[in-house]
Design a protein around this ligand. Structure first.
Ligand code: GLN
Length: 277
């Protein structure tokens, strides 16, 4: 007899719980609904019986999640700014704190300038800006082809008009062409990796590793940015709170004036806005 969804959910939740996965029952629901191609509520309203091959896939998913693989890689989707983005191994999973960066960009973008999402990954920032402000010209840049494949697929899925470029940071951008650079660059300091959740180790190292102090990539971009930005162009960067002061000094030394730091929903300093002098 094929097991019911309820039986599988209870089994999955117990197994996940034993591996210290938070929200174990909810996680089991997400995994099973994903495999059945239904909404989680249907698991309870209809309690469908689960075909053998789906059960096998679900059990593999539960084992993978128990081993630390991020849920988003298993369901192949991550929510960002109210939309679903396709993700998978090889691309950074968009985080809610980056929505603050998008909101700040939307506040300061008044007419139809060129905005560039540097290190676009799944394309979450670029695509969201293009959809929220259809007048914008948006460019998404990433160094690697796997993220760009996801970004292109996500743009098609949402009908967003974004131009994609494979390049290292701002190296492919024309001089004095850009109104706003918006970037969630890698900013974690590998010296602190002891405190990282185990899920992080499944994500591309290149999307996380900010070198000692975490600001290596930010500094490389700052050095390129004054050449590619128009006069009075802006630079929005996602950071962690202890980078505010060092970044202030780096910004000044590289021809930028400090505007503000914006907090995320957890109350942490998360996004800085700088203007080219
Ligand atoms: N926000 C991510 C985290 O702390 C890090 C992202 C990044 O390095 N840009 O999990």
């Amino acid at each position: 007899m094929t097991p019911s969804a309820q039986t599988l959910l209870r089994w999955g939740a117990r197994r996940l719980e034993a591996s210290a996965v938070p929200n174990s029952f909810w996680t089991a629901e997400q995994l099973l609904a994903g495999r059945l191609g239904c909404q989680t509520v249907e698991l309870h309203v209809e309690s469908p019986s689960v075909p053998e091959e789906v059960r096998a896939l679900f059990e593999t998913d539960v084992a993978s999640r128990s081993g630390g693989m991020p849920l988003q890689y298993l369901t192949q989707t991550a929510g960002f700014y109210g939309r679903d983005f396709a993700v998978g191994p090889g691309v950074f999973i968009p985080r809610p704190e980056t929505e603050v960066l998008v909101e700040t960009a939307l506040e300061i973008l008044t007419h139809s300038p060129l905005v560039v999402d540097v290190g676009t990954g799944s394309g979450a920032i670029a695509i969201t800006l293009a959809l929220e402000r259809p007048g914008l010209q948006v460019l998404g840049v990433d160094q690697f082809s796997i993220p760009l494949r996801f970004a292109r697929a996500n743009a098609r899925r949402h009908g967003a008009r974004v131009q994609w470029v494979q390049a290292d940071l701002g190296s492919a951008l024309a001089a004095r062409s850009v109104d706003l650079l918006a970037a969630n660059l890698p900013y974690l300091d590998p010296a602190q990796s002891d405190s990282w959740g185990r899920e992080l180790f499944w994500e591309p190292w290149a999307a996380l590793n900010g070198g000692s102090g975490g600001l290596h990539e930010a500094l490389r971009l700052l050095r390129q940015a004054s050449a590619v930005l128009k006069p009075d162009g802006g630079l929005l960067l996602e950071i962690v709170p202890d980078q505010v002061e060092p970044l202030k000094a780096l910004a000044r030394a590289n021809g930028f004036r400090w505007d503000r730091v914006v907090r995320d929903l957890a109350g942490l300093d998360r996004v800085v806005l700088l203007w080219k002098n």
